[in-house]
Design a protein around this ligand. Structure first.
Ligand SMILES: *Cc1c(COP(=O)(O)O)cnc(C)c1O
Length: 369
């Protein structure tokens, strides 16, 4: 039996044709394809925010943090249970990530714990749409308002999702998406920053092109700046036309992607719900496109080994960041307990019903259900 894959990219003839078309035009850098991709994302979300595409989701977060213009030693509250990219983006900008607990039922940032960690240096909060769920995001904005904090949403896993504030990226302060190979839509590698704050927009637009002022507009016209000024640190974080072309082709498939991922998750929920040793997370699965499907069980390690032995890949999202040498802090008991229990099951567009039935049956066999 072939291995049942946890996650993978799914690329069709449309993406391949789009890449070939860019190659044929022989303009590979940041040009009109990127402009079109940005406009199409804006239209899809129906947002008034500026959409700025960059090289990765991590660079999106890094530029978002830098655009806040914080001082060294300023602090950003971030849940420890996230991809290390969230933390690296904060520390890359010389700001301190402060680890916060997550809630047991949603694995979303725990605002009661966040409150205890506020200091005079706390300037922002970075909620993570873990496993695409952001149903409590409005509470983060209330908390931020009360405490005078900026909000950078790590929505790397939440492109196309909806919550009480509407579609992710329509409302809010600064929202960052990822389009890496296995995210809800991919551009190969890529990400985007969304904001309607003019200062943030200008900083991000310039910083993705080495800080060269107003270079974005020039590049979209197929030219570049020869006489320019630079006022801030910048990076080569722009997106290439090749990647934008893949992203544009993927965006056209978003309705299919949405229904397929929902179908997979719905089927897991229906079939695993009855197993009392399994905890299904408290998400509004009908409103999200699940990038990953995570369950909790006290027998996680045993189950994981059992599945791996049956050729079923599974994952652990994530090792909490406060346990890593670079970001070590005092213990976060809830997060550490959750870390022992979480297991990510195969969820990708090429997962067949037969394969999913095998995953479900294997889990039921394990629990003698
Ligand atoms: C994928 C991801 C990122 C980083 O995005 P890349 O495009 O891979 O750099 C950041 N945060 C979370 C939660 C992610 O899942």
């Amino acid at each position: 039996m072939n291995k049942i894959r946890l996650s993978k990219s799914t690329i069709g003839k449309e993406e391949k044709a789009a890449v070939l078309a860019v190659l044929d035009k022989e303009f590979l850098g940041m040009g009109e394809e990127v402009n079109f991709f940005e406009q199409e994302i804006k239209a899809y979300l129906n947002t008034k925010k500026e959409v700025m595409c960059v090289s990765t989701g991590t660079s999106a977060l890094h530029l978002a943090v830098e655009a806040l213009g914080l001082n060294e030693d300023d602090e950003i509250l971030v849940p420890s249970l996230t991809y290390v990219a969230s933390y690296q983006a904060i520390s890359a900008a010389n700001v301190k990530p402060v680890s916060v607990e997550v809630c047991e039922d949603t694995l979303f940032i725990d605002l009661a714990d966040a409150k205890n960690r506020l200091t005079s240096k706390t300037k922002a909060i970075m909620p993570v749409h873990y496993a695409s769920n952001g149903k409590d995001i409005a509470n983060v904005y209330t908390f931020a308002k009360e405490n005078n904090l900026r909000v950078i949403e790590d929505a790397a896993q939440a492109f196309g999702c909806e919550n009480s504030m509407g579609k992710v990226g329509v409302e809010g302060d600064i929202i960052c998406f990822s389009f890496d190979g296995i995210k809800n839509i991919t551009s190969g590698e890529g990400g985007a920053v969304l904001s309607s704050d003019e200062t943030i927009i200008q900083r991000v637009k310039d910083a993705r092109l080495l800080g060269v002022e107003k270079d974005t507009e020039k590049r979209f016209e197929g030219t570049r700046s020869w006489d320019f000024d630079v006022k801030h640190q910048g990076y080569r974080y722009h997106m290439s036309n090749i990647f934008a072309a893949i992203g544009r082709a993927q965006l056209k498939k978003i309705d299919y992607i949405k229904s397929k991922r929902k179908e997979i998750v719905q089927y897991y929920v229906e079939n695993l719900n009855s197993i009392c040793e399994i905890n299904i997370l408290n998400f509004d699965y009908k409103n999200i496109i699940s990038h990953i499907f995570v369950i909790k069980t006290k027998r996680r390690n045993e189950l994981r080994e059992y599945l791996i032995n049956k050729n079923i890949e599974c994952g652990i999202h994530y090792k909490p960041n406060h346990l890593l040498t670079k970001y070590k802090s005092e213990s976060l008991p809830t997060t550490e307990k959750i870390y022992e229990e979480i297991l990510t099951l195969p969820c990708q567009l090429d997962l067949t019903k037969e394969e999913q039935d095998i995953v479900i049956k294997t889990i039921k066999d394990f629990f003698n259900d």
